[in-house]
Design a protein around this ligand. Structure first.
Ligand code: HEM
Length: 357
């Protein structure tokens, strides 16, 4: 058979396969137009975060095969993950580093949305869905950090119980007394592995649906005004997806290198009633406020910040996107960010202090 006949047959087979797939999956539907600026890094931070969540789900499912959420067995089971389970140490470290990175990218994504005025009409609801996603992300980090049941984890758990007591009936689920049959650690594990991931799935479905409805917010120019961009643009969604996957794979590469160089830490089994550690960086900035006001600060300060974030689309309703036309809001946000960073640095320099009780 000549090469030209073979090439023609291959081409015919490929066409038949792609039309078979097209009829069943309709994949050409993802080639709709999107604005070119959607492919730039600042507008891909949400997509990178989403990719990070996929890594967390896969690695989390594997870790759950070996983790034992009983307080008496939890720490030993983490030691088994590190020393006995196949690729357990690497999987645990990838889970740990991806969690750190995802928290960073979700915060950068929020700052991008804030800076480009992307919370404005018609995207206000998606801003609130995003705030829900932020709460779920921080909830996953917190519940994840107590599971290893070392000193750091036991201290986090004690802070959790103290905050539950301050909140009274509102914090009942977080208290050990909520269930007589199941320890608090076991229930926090169910929060980490089922309740919060399900909430995440629900919220991200609404988030993505709304992005599709409105399109990405318009490019920021001095006179740009907010509005829908759905169905407009010079790029295509399949190109956007490829860019997102590229950055996602880069993220995975960074996480793998970090995991090999700096495996996820595990301290000694925790001792209750003493404070020898500091919280992770995403909660560290609360340390000085806690030193001044006690555990109440861990509820009051995040509640104030969350309230301020919720006010953003209500306070800033002008149609303009340019930061120059939104100086008061962005100036105030920058000031709050600087205060948070300064508090973080102060907390990092401060010696460990006893806050509980
Ligand atoms: C786990 C958390 C989150 C994920 C996975 C996620 C994912 C995404 C994705 C993929 C986009 C498309 C554009 C982009 O990537 O920038 C997007 C847009 C958006 N996100 Fe998020 N997001 C999360 C959290 C948040 C948070 C915390 C906020 C703010 C409170 C937020 C508010 C928005 C808004 C308003 C848009 C529309 C932006 C525009 O059209 O320019 N998201 N998000």
């Amino acid at each position: 058979m000549s090469t030209s006949i073979r090439a023609a047959e291959n081409k015919g087979r490929q066409t038949r396969t792609s039309s078979w797939l097209e009829e069943r999956l309709g994949l050409s539907g993802i080639r709709y137009t999107v604005p070119e600026h959607a492919n730039s890094l600042p507008y891909l931070l949400g997509g990178i975060t989403l990719f990070g969540f996929l890594i967390l789900i896969v690695t989390g499912i594997y870790l759950a095969q070996f983790y034992n959420p009983q307080p008496t067995a939890a720490h030993d089971s983490v030691i088994y993950i590190i020393t006995g389970a196949t690729l357990g140490d690497l999987t645990r470290s990838v889970h740990f580093w991806t969690a750190q990175l995802v928290t960073l990218t979700v915060l950068l994504h929020l700052l991008r949305v804030l800076f480009t005025g992307s919370y404005k009409r018609p995207r206000e609801v998606n801003w609130y869905v995003g705030l829900g996603l932020l709460a779920v992300t921080l909830g996953l980090v917190f519940t994840g950090s107590v599971l290893k049941f070392d000193q750091e984890a036991v201290e986090a758990l004690e802070h959790n119980s103290e905050m539950a007591a301050i909140l009274g009936s509102l914090g009942a689920w977080f208290s050990a007394e909520f269930s007589r049959s199941t320890p608090l650690l076991t229930r926090l594990f169910s929060g980490h592995a089922t309740i919060l991931p399900l909430l995440f799935a629900l919220l991200i479905t609404i988030h993505v649906y709304l992005i599709k409805q409105h399109g990405i917010s318009p490019k920021v120019t001095p006179d740009a005004e907010t509005g829908s961009t759905a169905g407009t643009g010079t790029s295509r969604f399949d190109i956007h997806l490829k860019r997102m996957a590229g950055y996602g794979l880069l993220t995975l590469g960074i996480v793998l290198v970090l995991s090999l160089l700096f495996p996820a830490p595990l301290g000694q089994p925790g001792v209750a009633g003493v404070e020898l550690t500091k919280p992770w960086w995403m909660f560290l900035w609360l340390f000085p406020a806690e030193a001044a006001l006690g555990s109440r600060a861990l509820i009051i300060v995040p509640a104030i910040l969350g309230g301020l974030l919720a006010l953003v689309p209500i306070l800033d309703r002008s149609p303009y996107l340019s930061p120059r036309r939104r100086k008061v809001l962005l100036g105030s946000a920058a000031l709050i960010l600087v205060i948070i960073i300064i508090n973080g640095v102060v907390a990092w320099l401060q010696p460990v202090a006893q806050h509980l009780g």
